[in-house]
Design a protein around this ligand. Structure first.
Ligand SMILES: [Zn+2]
Length: 468
C-alpha cells in the first residue's frame, strides 16, 4: 500500500477498515482464480501421485523451456550461457543444471535489470520485495503464470490439511505480518474481518501480555476452523490458552515463514487440539515444501521448482547430508531464477513418506544461515538445539537469543509473575553446558519482543558475521 493510502486507511474506523480489506480481497481473488488457476490446480491434483520417473521427465521438459526462454529473452542468461558454454538446444534437464553457475543474492541485486525478461507480457504489474534477514530488500519480478501457480500450490497446502481456502472455504484466523491495524492503536480490536475470504486477520504487532486476552476472546467469537500464521504468533496464542487452563479445538493449524520449533508445535497442537501443517516457501518463489497429513517431514513441491542441496562449493550433497538449498523456478518467466542460492539450509530425507506420494522429503529448514550461532572454536550451533534449556521453563512467556559477539549472548525474556532469579541462573547454566563456559550470557527482562519490519519474529539473532 502506498504511504498516502496507508495514512488514510489508518484514519478510518475499524469497521470501515474491515470493509476495505474485504473489497481489496475481492479484487485480488478475481486475479487469483483467473488465468490458468484451474489448469494448475488440476495438474497438482494429479501430479502429486506421479512416480519419480514421470515427475523427472516433466521437470526436465520445463527446465528446457525455461533455459531456452532465458537465453532468448533475458540478457543476463544469454551472457552467462555463452560464457559457460551452455547450449539451450542441447540442454537435457536436471543432469545439466550443474553446468550453470549458481545465482547469488548479490548478483540479483547488481544485475536486476538484466535479469528481467524483455518480453513485457511475461511481467506481472508491480514486483515483489523479499526482505530476507540481511536488512537489504531484494526486488523480484514475477510472471502472471508464476503468481497463479503460487495460489494453486497454496490451495493444495490447505487440501492436505483437509481444509479449504477461499470465499467458499473454511473460516480462517490469520496471524501473520499483515499491517492491518495502526501501530498507534492501543485498544482492541487488533484484527479486521476479510469477509470475502472468511478470514479474521489478526495483527502480529499488538500482542502484548495485556492485549492477549482480547485476542483470545476475538478468536472465540469468530470460531475459526483453521488458524494460519507465523509459528511464533500462534505459539503466543497457544500459550495464553494453556496458561489459562483452556483449549480451543480447531481442525488444523497452518504455519510458515519462520522456523517451527518442536516446543512451538507441541504447544499449538495441545492448545488447539489439532495437528500443525507447516509449509516452507522461499520468498523468491523458487522452493516450496509442505507437510502432508502423515507429518513425516516436508514434501518437496517438484511441480513448483527444482531443488538442490549443495555444499559450500555448490556441489550436490547426498540425501541425509545438510547443505544450502538452491532452487530453480519452473514458472517464473518474469525474472527466471535458475539455481538461485538461498541462505536456507536443509537436508533431503533418505526415505519417502508413508502417504504414498513419492516426492522427496525434506528435513525442516531449521537453520537459516544468519540464525546460526558461531562460537570461538568455530562451531556453528543451530538454534533448535538451544531450545531444550527453555523447555522446562514455564515461568517465561517468551524468549529471544541475540549473539552480539563470538563470546557474548544476550537472552531476552518476558517473565511471568512466578519467574525468579534462580530460573535465570539455571537457564544460563544449561546454555553454558551447550555453548561453553567461556560464553558470557546476560539476561534482559523485557515487556515485549522486537519483530522485524514485516512482523516476523526471530528466536535467534546472530550479529556475528558467519563468513558464508
Ligand atoms: Zn506424505
Amino acid at each position: 500500500m502506498n504511504p498516502w493510502l496507508k495514512r488514510l486507511y489508518d484514519l478510518t474506523p475499524a469497521p470501515v477498515q474491515s470493509a476495505l480489506v474485504s473489497a481489496f480481497s475481492a479484487r485480488l481473488e478475481r486475479s487469483r482464480y483467473g488465468g490458468r488457476f484451474q489448469e494448475y490446480r488440476a495438474l497438482l491434483q494429479e501430479s502429486q501421485w506421479w512416480d519419480a520417473a514421470k515427475m523427472g521427465d516433466w521437470q526436465d521438459a520445463r527446465l528446457r523451456e525455461i533455459v531456452t526462454y532465458a537465453n532468448e529473452h533475458v540478457p543476463y542468461y544469454r551472457e552467462l550461457f555463452a560464457r559457460h558454454g551452455v547450449e539451450p538446444a542441447k540442454f537435457r534437464g536436471r543432469e545439466d543444471l550443474p553446468k550453470i553457475p549458481v545465482l547469488t543474492r548479490d548478483t540479483v541485486k547488481s544485475r536486476v535489470e538484466d535479469l528481467k525478461t524483455r518480453r513485457k507480457e511475461d511481467l506481472a504489474p508491480g514486483h515483489g520485495h523479499t526482505s530476507g534477514t540481511t536488512g537489504s530488500p531484494l526486488n523480484v519480478w514475477y510472471s502472471p503464470d508464476s503468481i497463479t501457480m503460487n495460489y494453486a500450490v497454496m490451495d493444495r497446502v490447505y487440501e492436505w490439511a483437509h481444509a479449504k481456502l477461499g470465499h467458499d472455504g473454511d473460516k480462517v484466523a490469520v496471524v501473520r505480518g499483515n499491517v492491518i491495524v495502526p501501530l498507534s492503536q492501543k485498544r482492541p480490536p487488533f484484527w479486521r474481518h476479510n469477509r470475502n475470504q472468511n478470514q479474521l486477520i489478526m495483527s502480529s504487532f499488538h500482542m502484548t501480555p495485556d492485549n492477549l486476552v482480547a485476542y483470545f476472546e476475538a478468536l472465540r467469537d469468530f470460531q475459526p476452523r483453521v488458524v494460519d500464521g507465523y509459528p511464533s504468533s500462534l505459539y503466543v496464542l497457544a500459550k495464553v490458552l494453556l496458561n489459562r487452563g483452556e483449549k480451543m479445538p480447531l481442525h488444523a493449524a497452518v504455519t510458515s515463514s519462520e522456523t517451527l520449533y518442536d516446543f512451538q508445535r507441541e504447544a499449538i497442537e495441545e492448545a488447539f487440539q489439532c495437528r500443525v501443517f507447516d509449509y516452507y516457501a522461499a520468498a523468491e518463489r523458487v522452493i516450496w515444501s509442505t507437510e502432508c497429513d502423515k507429518h513425516e517431514g516436508h514434501h518437496l513441491c517438484e511441480e513448483y521448482g527444482v531443488t538442490e542441496i549443495v555444499d559450500d562449493e555448490f556441489r550436490a550433497v547426498p540425501a541425509g547430508a545438510e547443505g544450502f538449498m538452491v532452487g530453480t523456478s519452473l514458472h517464473n518467466r518474469g525474472m527466471p531464477m535458475i539455481r538461485y542460492l538461498t541462505t536456507d539450509r536443509s537436508a533431503l530425507k533418505t526415505r519417502t513418506c508413508s502417504c504414498g506420494r513419492v516426492s522427496p522429503m525434506m528435513e525442516d529448514v531449521t537453520t537459516k544461515a544468519e540464525d546460526l550461532l558461531r562460537l570461538k572454536d568455530g562451531r556453528l550451533i543451530p538454534p533448535s538445539v538451544l531450545t531444550h534449556p527453555f523447555k522446562p521453563l514455564n515461568c517465561i512467556e517468551a524468549s529471544q537469543l541475540v549473539q552480539t559477539d563470538l563470546d557474548r549472548l544476550l537472552i531476552r525474556l518476558i517473565p511471568r509473575p512466578e519467574y525468579t532469579e534462580k530460573d535465570g541462573q539455571n537457564l544460563v547454566r544449561d546454555l553454558k553446558e551447550r555453548l561453553g563456559q567461556d560464553m558470557r550470557i546476560d539476561i534482559e527482562l523485557v515487556q515485549s519482543m522486537p519483530r522485524t519490519a514485516r512482523g516476523k519474529f526471530k528466536w535467534v539473532i546472530s550479529e556475528v558475521k558467519l563468513g558464508l
